[in-house]
Write a protein that binds this ligand. Structure first.
Ligand code: ATP
Length: 493
């Protein structure tokens, strides 16, 4: 893109002139209009890249004109600006296709950042915002994750509160930090409030602080997390776990920008941007009366949904390679390869713990692989192999996270000795796991001995098992012990 072309639509001449100055300062070509009619006429005559659009205009609402501007000659991105910043308005603007939402009085950094983001977005063909994000430790290969990063870039360019929704370990906190690190508040604190660990009676003093002597045990003054986040970002992790009493207090500080530490006589001003995350269905909690609707709207100015790993399999191998690369760099060793059975297993597993679980599994496999230059499935944690083996045999294990994956259908006609999962005969997890593990071990050993043609040394090398362990397992599984497998020989490590 050469010089970005920007249209400013605002009835206040002072706003128009100020924005014109700021935008011309970053090499934009700027035209201005005092109302919707004039703005639309200009947008029909010139191909703009960006429209800065006021909400309350003499001839109508800017919010209702977003689509008309978006479909005008240059297909510009629309940045809504209003003096009456409200989370509802922000959500409405974004739903109508606005690029972002800026509140007045406009902040020069916000304006410049938003323009830079749009320019980069359009330069890259409108699809690869990762180029503006510096996230070398974050892998996003699948379309859904690239789209998610696009949301991160948009969120970073504005001050809108963000709600990040996704299962545990999907990267919600990493993305919240990314939004902060790329926002105009980057040089200020990013403060984490873990809503699951603070006990309800202590929530108020943790959030707002307390004066010395405010209650029994308050032997000195304490600064709360809200005050620590002044001018920065307050990250409310697992906000769905916030008790009702704390929800009311949080709503107040977000709305009023003031709070009172426990035991203090005066109100204090605070300016922070809330970013919240949850694995829960907050909309449902609102319907059930378990989460305040007004707080939900305040937090969900923009909603980012992070898909679970099992729905973006394209990311799995690149994440593994990324972990391997980092480990190799830090240990100065050789980069290990991945065997086809390793790849097959990690692609078949359901990853209820998502990326966090995948990273741990790779680290586990690396430790188990010792000197082997290649990672095999056998190096993965046992529960992963057991689930995949059961799935391959047509007996998927129940999901580790009830409610997050479709319920398992019990096998209609069992073909092996697996427990049947029915309401009437539901096995304990321990019994089920033992059965499945035994069955999977038997399948593995049978295939292993066939592949190594009964050569124990080769079987040990392939499986990573010691000679004595292999012998014991074969015996336990009721499989024939090959003549070359002599338990009296010293075992390899
Ligand atoms: N796409 C990714 N690429 C590389 N690392 C990732 C990716 N997604 C997540 N991670 C890593 O996985 C781990 C878990 O991420 P994070 O803590 O952000 O998840 P979360 O969704 O906030 O989890 P929880 O809900 O349990 O708090 C972190 O170490 C993070 O850096």
């Amino acid at each position: 893109m050469q010089q970005p072309k920007v249209l400013v639509v605002d009835d206040d001449p002072w706003v128009r002139d100020t924005l014109k100055d700021i935008l011309e300062g970053v090499s934009c070509v700027v035209e201005c209009a005092g109302g919707l009619g004039e703005g639309k006429t200009r947008a029909a005559a010139m191909a703009f890249d960006i429209v800065f659009l006021d909400v309350v205009l003499p001839d109508g609402s800017g919010l209702e004109a977003i689509e008309a501007f978006r479909s005008s000659l240059g297909r510009p991105e629309v940045l809504i600006m209003t003096g009456k910043a409200s989370a509802d308005g922000a959500a409405l603007a974004l739903r109508h296709g606005a690029w972002n939402y800026l509140s007045k009085p406009l902040n020069i950094d916000d304006v410049q950042l938003a323009v830079a983001q749009v320019v980069e977005y359009r330069r890259s063909g409108g699809w690869f915002p990762t180029s503006v994000l510096r996230l070398p430790d974050f892998v996003a290969t699948s379309d859904t994750m690239v789209e998610c990063l696009h949301g991160v870039a948009r969120a970073a360019a504005s001050q809108v509160p963000v709600l990040i929704v996704g299962e545990t370990g999907t990267g919600k906190e990493r993305l919240a930090r990314a939004i902060h690190e790329h926002s105009a508040r980057a040089s200020k604190p990013f403060v984490v409030v873990d809503c699951t660990v603070i006990p309800e009676p202590l929530m108020e003093s943790h959030l707002f602080g307390h004066e010395k002597g405010a209650f029994t045990g308050a032997d000195r003054q304490r600064v709360g997390l809200v005050a620590l986040a002044h001018r920065g970002t307050l990250f409310l992790d697992e906000v769905g776990d916030l008790p009702q009493s704390a929800q009311a207090k949080l709503l107040r500080v977000i709305q009023e920008k003031t709070f009172r530490p426990v035991g203090a006589g005066d109100e204090r001003y605070v300016d922070f941007r809330p970013i919240a995350a949850t694995h829960r269905n907050l909309e449902k909690m609102v319907q059930e009366g378990r989460f305040r609707q007004d707080l939900y709207y305040r937090l969900a100015g923009m909603v980012l949904r992070v898909p679970p790993l099992r729905r973006r399999k394209k990311d799995i191998v690149p994440i593994v390679q990324d972990v391997l690369l980092r480990q190799t760099e830090s240990s100065a060793g050789e980069l290990k390869g991945l065997s086809p059975d390793f790849v097959e297993t990690i692609l078949s597993y359901s990853w209820p713990g998502n990326v966090r679980e995948l990273i741990h599994a790779v680290l586990h496999a690396l430790a188990m692989s010792a000197e082997s230059p290649t990672l095999y499935a056998i190096h993965l944690p046992e529960h992963i192999r057991a689930q995949v083996a059961a799935k391959n045999l047509g007996h998927p294990l129940p999901s580790a996270e009830p409610g997050m994956t479709p319920p398992m259908v019990p096998p209609a006609a069992p073909t092996s000795s697996f427990h049947q999962l029915t309401e009437e005969a539901w096995p304990t997890y321990k019994a089920y796991r033992e059965k499945v593990t035994a069955e999977a071990t038997r399948t593995y050993l049978d295939a292993l001995m066939k592949r190594s043609r009964g050569d124990v040394a080769r079987a040990c090398a392939l499986s990573g098992l010691s000679r004595s362990r292999l012998y014991a397992l074969l015996k336990e599984a009721g499989l024939g012990v090959p003549s070359s497998c002599d338990a009296t020989k010293p075992s390899s490590p």
